[in-house]
Design a protein around this ligand. Structure first.
Ligand code: C2E
Ligand code: MG
Ligand code: MG
Ligand code: MG
Length: 291
């Protein structure tokens, strides 16, 4: 790490990163080195079953520990990696890391699922299914434990490819989820055509659920839609007891968000799972916090 820091300091010596453009350009320039030197790390956020009253899944989320800029969130660098082809090696690394970490946890056999976000660029490159298969084989994680999370907003130009590759992954036994559902353009059209098992409702809709009746009605409608189509629905970004209460009233079965747990290092998961108190899922309106 010290060596990595040294290298990057030389590259950025004398520069002040004071504009978004400057930061973006620097991140893009530093990505190849970051891959070579494995400056990435994966954290895991729990997904809870409301009726089951326990943690049912973990979502793998990548972080970049930049030697100069500190921790960089994926929203800042995934797109950059997609733009210059580095997304494939990055995604391969994430798949291998996440499945290997997860295999270590499986000894407890809690029947957890592992969610991994994938990029449509990786699908377009034509090697997502084989890369997933290799990561599963090497880690020993059974395919039915792996949920592939695809974001609909970038599917537009890759639909045929996407359909067949997702079908391949599904035939292998993997679970397919449509991530950030509701945020992109053609959600309903995708739903009609793609082999999808799970809808992850974008957190934008969850944030206003208590104060905005129309927003709440939309969320309820998505939950009904999922039920009608035989898909599981996960509400993302659940931060307050009030939101959880509202979701439970709508019979939303799966929730993810800071209320349940923040993304954490794999080392912290066994203690977290051990200490998880299902009472948090019993949120009542009177528990509603005011922040
Ligand atoms: P996502 O898949 O929708 O992941 C959920 C995001 O919401 C995560 O942001 C998570 O930290 C954040 N989050 C979870 N609970 C809460 C909450 O209660 N409140 C708020 N405000 N936020 C919450 P993160 O980790 O920054 O990831 C952002 C996006 O980057 C992800 O959205 C995903 O699309 C993408 N991403 C992350 N890891 C990977 C990866 O390995 N490969 C690819 N291709 N994309 C990734
Ligand atoms: Mg996701
Ligand atoms: Mg999402
Ligand atoms: Mg996303």
């Amino acid at each position: 790490a010290a060596k990595a820091a040294g290298k990057n300091c030389v590259r950025t010596a004398g520069h002040t990163i004071d504009s978004a453009m400057g930061r973006r350009a620097q991140l893009a320039a530093d990505l190849p080195t970051a891959l070579e030197e494995e400056q990435f790390r994966v954290v895991y956020q729990p997904v809870a079953g409301v009726e089951d009253r326990r943690i049912l899944g973990l979502e793998a989320l990548v972080r970049w520990d930049h030697p100069v800029l500190g921790t960089v969130p994926p929203d800042e660098f995934i797109e950059l990696a997609e733009a210059d082809g580095l997304i494939v090696p990055l995604q391969q690394w994430v798949l291998r890391k996440a499945t290997a970490d997860f295999a270590g946890l499986l000894v407890d056999d809690r029947d957890l699922k592992l969610g991994v976000n994938v990029s449509v660029r990786h699908l377009q490159a034509g090697c997502l299914a084989p890369d997933v298969a290799a990561a599963l084989a090497d880690s020993g994680v059974p395919p039915h434990r792996l949920m592939i999370e695809v974001t609909e907003s970038i599917m537009l130009d890759a639909e045929d490819r996407l359909q067949s590759d997702l079908a391949t992954l599904r035939d292998m036994g993997c679970i397919i989820s449509l991530d950030d559902f509701g945020r992109g353009y053609s959600s309903l059209a995708y739903l009609a055509r793609l082999p999808v098992d799970v809808l992850k409702m974008d957190r934008e809709f969850i944030g206003d659920i208590e104060s905005d009746p129309r927003g709440a009605a939309l969320v309820a409608a998505v939950i009904d839609l999922g039920r009608t189509l035989g898909m599981d629905v996960v509400a993302e970004g659940v931060e307050t007891a009030g939101q959880l209460h509202a979701l439970r009233d709508m019979e939303c079965r799966y929730v993810q968000g800071w209320l349940l747990g923040r993304p954490m290092a794999i080392e912290d998961l066994p203690a977290f799972l051990e200490a998880f108190d299902p009472a948090i899922l019993d949120a009542q309106p009177s528990d509603v916090d005011t922040d």
